[in-house]
Design a protein around this ligand. Structure first.
Ligand SMILES: Cc1cc2nc3c(=O)[nH]c(=O)nc-3n(C[C@H](O)[C@H](O)[C@H](O)COP(=O)(O)OP(=O)(O)OC[C@H]3O[C@@H](n4cnc5c(N)ncnc54)[C@H](O)[C@@H]3O)c2cc1C
Length: 394
């Protein structure tokens, strides 16, 4: 009895287990078959297939996972988002599929901190269509420390802001009509001089080009030359851009970390299956201790990563500050997932690096995850700073 009660504390709540099963079924029955026959490096489903999947996902409540229920989203908490991200990334396209494709890209959540007019003009249409919107923070001068590195200037002239500068590594620009872009209105004020704007791709002075990277889904460089942005497109107050987005940026690491666990879990399932069947030196791979240990280490690391993500999500859903918890979860999950996929490739031998398997694709994608949403070193800095400062205080 006591043991059951203790176990209960570590189980997902009933409704989230139902949600997990529903996403799992959807991925098995709808998404994975739809991916059959797609090129190895495909980053999207054919338009007709996507429409069909989206039409099936919506009535299941698998639509706009993160967006607030009052605006028609599923309004899931962080734990729910983690569950969906982990299940929905267990497919060939891995971390692209989650809320992104079949379940409709959520608009950048910070838009819901804007005015009703901004929400109606920008968020509501993409919530309906499921289309992507971009978030542009990073610049050539650095993405790790954007409070200092953002140099893109936004100068107010009458009822417009004139933006000049360059944004780099921005995901999804090619697929978006608009995005939230952070620019400097207050020179010399660090983070307090940054303001957020909703910027349309069609605004005069806005141009972009892809930057080819290790994976097939390229981020973009945005160039702003006297780009005119109406004053009513400013999100929040001048200088309040970071404060407006801070909690959301911290929370976004939860589904990010959960998605990489899903990718690695899918890789491990393939490797286990292969090890059971592949015979070398007159016995199955599964009978060799070297392979058993790779499998065991992978499971151990994935379970630890999942608990760290769940713990961060759980604290966040209780309204607590989870800056340190999400940094820990992000570093551990992205690094562990990379190790797991690497081991799985090893278990497959030559086939592990062949394009007929999804492993090499996942391996390249996971490499990026140690840099995107803040490099591992920055998150280690956050954790150590927190510990060192609190030790100083005690
Ligand atoms: C594929 C991809 C998609 C992306 N999508 C987006 C997007 O949609 N929007 C967006 O705004 N940005 C996006 N980024 C940018 C990403 O957030 C940045 O690349 C990241 O924050 C690092 O910034 P940087 O590349 O300028 O590296 P830098 O800030 O120059 O850092 C370089 C390296 O220095 C080290 N380092 C940094 N700080 C410390 C420290 N305190 N201590 C020790 N070492 C440190 C780290 O190893 C780091 O990798 C994307 C990046 C990639 C690769």
């Amino acid at each position: 009895m006591e043991k059951d009660a203790a176990l209960g504390a570590w189980e997902l709540p009933h409704e989230l287990r139902m949600l997990r099963d529903s996403v799992r079924r959807f991925m098995q029955e709808e998404v994975r078959p739809a991916e059959d026959g797609l090129p190895h490096d495909a980053t999207r489903l054919p338009a007709e297939t996507l429409k069909r999947l989206q039409a099936k996902a919506r009535p299941l409540g698998l639509w706009q996972i993160e967006s607030p229920a009052e605006w028609g989203g599923a309004g899931l908490g962080l734990l729910g988002q983690a569950v969906v991200a982990e299940e929905s990334s267990q497919c060939k396209m891995g971390a692209y599929i989650p809320a992104g494709h079949a379940f409709g890209w959520d608009p950048p959540n910070v838009i819901f901190r804007g005015t009703e007019d901004q929400i109606r003009r920008y968020a509501v249409p993409v919530m309906e269509s499921g289309d992507k919107s971009f978030v542009a923070i990073s610049e050539p001068g650095g993405g790790s420390d954007p409070g200092r590195a953002i140099e893109t200037r936004a100068e107010r002239r009458g009822d417009r802001y004139i933006l000049n500068g360059t944004k780099t590594w921005i995901s999804g620009v090619g697929d978006s009509d608009w995005g939230v872009l952070f620019a400097r209105t207050g020179p010399g004020k660090g983070r307090d001089g940054i303001t957020a704007f909703v910027v349309e791709k069609g605004f005069k002075g806005f141009s972009y080009k892809p930057i080819p990277v290790i994976r097939s889904y390229s981020p973009y460089e945005i160039s702003l030359v006297d780009c005119e942005v109406p004053v009513e497109n400013r999100l929040g107050e001048e200088g309040g851009g970071f404060k407006l987005a801070e909690t959301w940026l911290v929370h976004a690491r939860v589904p990010y970390a959960a998605a990489v666990i899903g990718v690695a879990q899918a890789a491990l399932a393939l490797a286990i299956d292969w090890a059971r069947n592949r015979e070398v030196f007159r016995s199955k791979l599964a009978d060799k201790q070297a392979i058993q240990w790779m499998i065991a280490d992978s499971e151990i690391e994935l379970r630890a990563a999942r608990l760290l993500v769940y713990q961060a999500a759980w604290h966040g859903d209780l309204g607590r500050d989870i800056k340190m918890e999400t940094s820990i979860a992000k570093v551990y999950a992205t690094e562990a997932a990379g190790r797991v996929v690497d081991r799985c490739m090893q278990i497959f031998g030559g086939l592990g690096v062949a394009q007929e398997m999804p492993l090499e694709r996942w391996y390249r994608e996971l490499r990026i995850k140690r840099i995107g949403e803040g490099p591992s070193e920055v998150h280690r800095m956050v954790v150590s700073r927190e510990l060192l400062n609190s030790q100083t205080r005690s």
